[in-house]
Design a protein around this ligand. Sequence first.
Ligand SMILES: [Zn+2]
Ligand SMILES: [Zn+2]
Ligand SMILES: [Zn+2]
Length: 424
Amino acid sequence: MKTFHCNHCSHLVFYENVRCERCESLLGYVPELAEISAFEDAGEGRWRSLHPGAEGALFRQCHNYAVENVCNWMIPADSPDVLCRACQLTLTIPNLSAPDNRLYWYRLEMAKRRLLYTLAELGLDVKSRQADPEHGLAFEFLEDGGDGSRVMTGHDNGLITLNIAEADDAYREKVRTAMGEPYRTLLGHFRHETGHYYFSQLVENNPRWLEPFRKLFGDESVDYGEALKAYYRDGAPAEWQASYISAYATMHPWEDWAETWAHYMLIVDVLDTSTSYGVALLPDDPSEPTLTDRTPVEDASFENLMKRWFPLTYALNSLNRSLGMPDGYPFTLAAPVVEKLRFVHRVIEGAGDKSQPREAATPPGQGAAQTGAQPAAPIEASPAPLQSVDVTPAPQQPVASEPPLQPAPVAAQAAPAKRATRRR
Ligand SMILES: [Zn+2]
Ligand SMILES: [Zn+2]
Ligand SMILES: [Zn+2]
């Protein structure tokens, strides 16, 4: 994630912010610029961007920003859209009459927007269901039923289902511990599940990638259901760390890909942030890990990313230990894992059009509000073990406060609880 500044007073601001802490200007993300902009009120719900790149253009707040307090993206004032490009991707939201669901929804949308930033930075196209009903990406945020039925996080043909309980820190930590996972985060879930989506978009039907994929990850045509059963019966093979990024990755080549993809996203986002902050490591003893390279991640070669990654994680873990926290990065990258990461890098490089601005591309005019649709059940079982570092913001109250919990008008219908269709 890059750093941003208020266009009114130059104060440092953050991707999640809605107001400048210093001058109180309204802030919003303009996906067309891939920038947080400060705005001045232009009346009638319109806001004039103070960002030089916007040339005085007028915008409106996304409905989920102005009314629901769960978004901070802007829409061009002349667009017929009600929802921003990010919110359009969410087809179903939780029932907001339940006390904590609005907070969970906010956390889910925030993690989703961070994912979208990285995807756009890598030049990956994000098509909505409205723009491409067959191949578009969509999200549904569902909750377990009162009758004991469970929502399983997973991906099915572009539809990504998240159990909103994953946004409850206590629940997620409990599951993480029970599953013996080193990491489990909302952002990691989004990264992992979009890995499945991009596998179908970029690899599955592409002769250029399918054979090299199988050489590295194995034959993905092996029965998924059987692999799943075997994994939960037998667990991961001993010594899995020698070839896999996580235990869960051993389950099936699809999961290995999704875990590796998620890990690549993690590396790119963390390196992007540290580079933007000018983080450097200059130890007195030059034999210790050193980091001075500041190549933008979107321009960096894979070798360059890896070379910078090791010193950074060494420092990150050491800082966390001083904080009394678990290691920020409890992973080791064995040589075969690095080769899998390199493959993800090559696939993204081959797909991305880095000449385009970083944005989550959805054509205008697709601004339908969310519906309470109840699509077919996803097939993939996976509250997957997601490895990801939540990049915690700097200490000076940089992040928008979580939204008020009082009832607010609701644009989207909440879905009824989803039936349990998958294991785990
Ligand atoms: Zn300001
Ligand atoms: Zn929005
Ligand atoms: Zn998965």
